[in-house]
Design a protein around this ligand. Structure first.
Ligand SMILES: [Zn+2]
Length: 194
């Protein structure tokens, strides 16, 4: 699903926003209505961007519950849910999905960044319930620092996108490690005990 750049498109579509103040200097009675129109237009654009973002999150969540019977994610604390979404991609985003391509096809990461985890997980909960899908929140502690191979927990295991276990040498992309740990905790995959 292509993800339109909502904010940018709307910004480009409103070149008239800066015009009223320039032309209304000394305009007397005409200033107020023009100004109000501009303010209303800005408010309308904000509403539109917000609606598009939410629409996109609805579509991504729907794609997820359509394709999967069970979805595991890190449990969000109340503090995380009420906090405003961070404007930048957070490497320690409180949640992971198995990186098998389905998530990126659904524009999942982008949607989550747009609306924030709290809003996205709320939408996902609704979709999962109405589609009779199982949603499994798991303990989010140390999912990015735990080796999915040997269980060793160490800050040093992770360096940005790279994960390398200081105990057993297991290497993988940090996002995959996070997703595997969530899946392991949810019981969706079995630990390798061989
Ligand atoms: Zn290890």
């Amino acid at each position: 699903m292509p993800n339109p750049r909502h904010g940018k498109r709307n910004a480009e579509a409103s070149p008239t926003l800066s015009a009223p103040s320039r032309h209304s200097r000394g305009g007397g009675a005409r200033t107020a209505p023009r100004h109000r129109r501009a303010v209303e237009r800005v408010a309308e654009l904000h509403r539109k961007v917000r609606r598009q973002r939410t629409d996109h999150a609805h579509k991504a969540a729907l794609a997820l519950v359509r394709d999967y019977d069970q979805v595991a994610h890190e449990r969000l604390s109340i503090a995380n849910m009420v906090r405003a979404p961070k404007p930048k991609p957070a490497p320690e985003a409180p949640g992971s999905f198995l990186p098998n391509g389905a998530a990126s096809r659904a524009g999942l990461n982008r949607s989550i960044l747009e609306v924030g985890w709290g809003v996205f997980l709320g939408i996902l909960a609704q979709k999962a319930e109405s589609a009779a899908r199982i949603r499994i929140p798991v303990d989010p502690r140390n999912t990015s620092r735990t080796c999915p191979e040997c269980g060793h927990v160490d800050d040093e295991n992770r360096d940005g996108e790279k994960f390398q276990c200081t105990a057993c040498g297991y290497r993988d992309h940090a996002d995959r490690v996070g997703a595997w740990n969530v899946a392991l905790r949810a019981g969706l995959v079995l630990p390798d005990v061989a």
